[in-house]
Design a binder for this molecule. Structure first.
Ligand code: CO8
Length: 259
């Protein structure tokens, strides 16, 4: 296992790898090193057949307070243009297995954007979400303007990005930004429980389902339906599809192998 400084990576348990953001002195601010480590860890997890799903979390009081403002301060326009971080964000976005986030406390700026790279979000009731970049004279730079509006709609996305206001976990749930709210002490446990459940499902179907669902963000209904149909057809060639149907008929539990 690789040694990381800004993240803690667990062993694989019941198909689930847990990654914890670990910069407690800086509210888990997403400095370049942290994003590089996260992208590396996810690339490793993508290639590891033992890993069926990932849980991403921070601490009990903060998920991540955004890009590292101190690091950002030293970048001029050329520095921003040559910034390697967009490539790390891209690798995170392309991770093909499900990521379940357990979010407590602040998820701000790049922290909120990182959370939106995850597929399912369980929030502690102390969570606060926002895109406060406007207060720094900048705008969200890791997909915030695009993913937020596609998730919570125009008026609320505008409100968050233009005013820099935060919203609560309950509000985030009512807008569809998170799927469940728990007490903070239980968010990781619940996210892990969900990830372990997903880990028992047929991996190829899980992967194609994630791909098809994410496609809905960026395509027409017609081409999305086309992609869904092709993925659905492809699954007819998998052993797991035959196993799933046979197990149903034989009234037993399926034994999925990922083939
Ligand atoms: N970057 C660096 N350090 C931070 C950050 C941050 N984003 N947030 C907090 N810290 C540090 C503080 O500087 C402080 O350190 P120190 O004790 O050494 O002074 C420590 O964490 C604790 O912070 P506070 O004293 O401010 O704690 P409070 O409880 O009073 O407030 C807040 C907590 C509300 C989270 C407050 O710290 C805050 O507003 N932080 C900044 C939030 C923010 O503006 N985030 C957006 C950043 S910009 C961004 O994310 C753009 C993403 C674009 C990505 C593009 C990639 C190419």
């Amino acid at each position: 296992m690789q040694n990381y400084e800004d993240i803690l990576v667990s062993g694989v348990e019941s198909g689930v790898l847990t990654i914890r953001l670990n910069r407690p002195d800086a509210y888990n601010a997403l400095r370049t090193q942290l994003l590089r480590e996260l992208a590396d860890a996810l690339d490793t997890a993508a290639a590891d057949d033992q890993v069926k799903a990932v849980v991403l979390t921070g601490s009990d009081t903060v998920f991540a307070a955004g890009a590292d403002i101190k690091e950002m301060a030293s970048l001029d326009v050329v520095g921003v243009m040559n910034d390697p971080r967009p490539t790390f964000w891209r690798r995170i976005a392309l991770f093909p297995k499900p990521i379940v986030a357990a979010v407590n406390g602040f998820a701000l700026g790049g922290g909120c954007e990182l959370m939106m790279h995850c597929d399912i979000v369980i929030a502690g009731d102390n969570a606060q979400f926002g895109q406060p970049e406007i207060n720094l004279g900048i705008i969200p730079g890791a997909g915030g303007t695009q993913r937020l509006i596609r998730t919570i709609g125009k008026s609320m996305a505008m409100q968050l990005v233009l005013s820099g206001e935060f919203i609560s976990a309950q509000q985030a749930r009512s807008f569809g930004l998170v799927s469940e709210v728990t007490i903070p002490e239980r968010s990781l446990e619940r996210a892990t429980q969900l990830a372990k459940k997903i880990a028992t499902k047929p991996p190829i179907a899980v992967r194609l389902a994630k791909e098809a669902l994410l496609k809905a963000y960026e395509t027409t209904l017609d081409s999305g339906l086309n992609l869904e149909r092709k993925a659905f057809t492809l699954l007819a060639a998998t052993e797991d599809r035959n196993e799933g149907i046979a197990a149903f008929m034989e009234k037993r539990k399926p034994n999925f192998t990922g083939k």
